[in-house]
Design a protein around this ligand. Structure first.
Ligand code: PEP
Ligand code: MN
Length: 357
């Protein structure tokens, strides 16, 4: 696969990871320039900053608008960095291109909306600019691929994806659940498409930026887009997830970049072990489903309802506690149990409808 940097910015020297960094939002000319200068001093070559901010609720800071594009021009002039910003409609695209923005990205709320994506794609026809498409807020790989396809069909070839996690209801360790299998499946489906990870929006907290970045590197992601601010505690948006430029630099220096293509004999042996364990897992799951079907039969004969929430809550609580004791994450175990429960219910419904094999 061609290197991300040579795809997005031909001629720029490259090493994995490609790093894009900068504040969530442009706030003032001073904040933009001071952050950019500190990042540039730390070796960052691509500066990010939101100008138009899609906020969950009205009344929040919605971005400084087109004036911020002037500040990005200043960043280019003063630091020689490339600049990137988020676009969500035709006007944004036109204004950003007119201001010589080097890379455009499409946010998670926009990539979830095919009308907005088509409008953006139409406004990019005949233009040669790198475009990065964030995953939609909901975990829908087809919607993500559809958004990417619209941009590709408009003629854009310098194209990449950004994994920023998926919205969820309730309190979790992550702000947006990583659901790593989704970007991994995207990579399987479109192997030549570079993928960056956005640890800031996945984690939502400073202390998660480094571990998530490491995980992304271990999984072979091409790059990172990280929120960094000259005074994170005073940021006008996403302050709990932004890091100082020097902290970002420290984190990047401590990242371990492993050769993702390396396959040693040991690795082969370990993979064989995983294959065997997966087989055992499947056998055990199948055994569990058979018992579920028997329970379904019992419920049918006694006219009982299939989903009994009290029982399900007990299962969740005890198994999650057990998993945490064993060193696994509670969120992970909840996801596994939910998936197993859904399949059990589906099997019991089959029994109810007399379609069980
Ligand atoms: C951002 O990058 O600041 C942003 C708004 O991200 P997302 O679209 O991933 O929420
Ligand atoms: Mn943000």
């Amino acid at each position: 696969m061609e290197n991300l940097q040579s795809i997005l910015l031909p001629g720029v020297s490259h090493n994995r990871p490609l790093v894009i960094a900068g504040p969530c939002s442009a706030e003032t000319p001073e904040q933009v320039l001071s952050t950019a200068k500190q990042l540039a001093e730390n070796g960052i070559k691509i500066f990010r900053s939101g100008i138009w901010k899609p906020r969950t609720k009205p009344g929040g800071f919605e971005g400084v608008g087109v004036i911020g594009l002037e500040w990005l021009k200043e960043v280019k002039k003063e630091t020689g960095m490339y600049v990137a910003t988020e676009v969500a409609n035709r006007d944004h695209v036109q204004a950003a291109l007119a201001a010589d923005v080097d890379i455009l990205w499409i946010g998670a709320r926009t990539s979830a909306n095919p009308f907005a994506m088509q409008e953006i794609a139409d406004s990019l026809k005949g233009v040669d600019v790198p475009v990065l498409v964030k995953n939609p807020v909901n975990p829908d790989l087809e919607l993500w691929i559809g958004a990417i396809e619209r941009i590709y069909n408009a003629g854009i070839r310098r194209l990449g994806a950004i994994h920023r996690g998926f919205s969820t209801y309730g309190k979790h360790l992550y702000r947006n659940l990583p659901q790593w299998h989704i970007p991994i499946e995207l990579h399987r489906r479109i192997p030549e498409l570079p993928i960056l990870c956005d640890p800031s929006h996945i984690g939502g907290k400073r202390e998660l930026v480094a571990p998530i970045s490491q995980q992304a590197m271990d999984m072979g992601f091409d790059g990172l887009i990280v929120e960094s601010h000259c005074d994170p505690d005073c940021a006008w948006s996403d302050k709990s997830q932004q890091v100082l430029p020097e902290v970002l630099n420290f984190m990047l220096n401590t990242l371990v970049i492993r050769d993702t293509k390396q396959t040693t004999e040991n690795l082969t042996l370990l993979r064989q072990q995983i294959d065997r364990i997966d087989n055992e897992l499947l056998e055990i799951l199948n055994k569990r489903m058979r018992v579920s079907r028997e329970i379904g039969q019992y419920k049918k004969e006694h006219s009982m309802q299939i989903v009994q929430t009290g029982r399900y809550d007990d299962i969740l609580k005890s198994r999650i506690a057990q998993a945490v004791d064993m060193g696994m994450s509670g969120d992970f175990m909840r996801d596994v149990l939910q998936a197993i429960h859904e399949e059990s219910v589906r099997q019991q419904i089959e029994v109810l409808n007399d379609r069980a094999k």
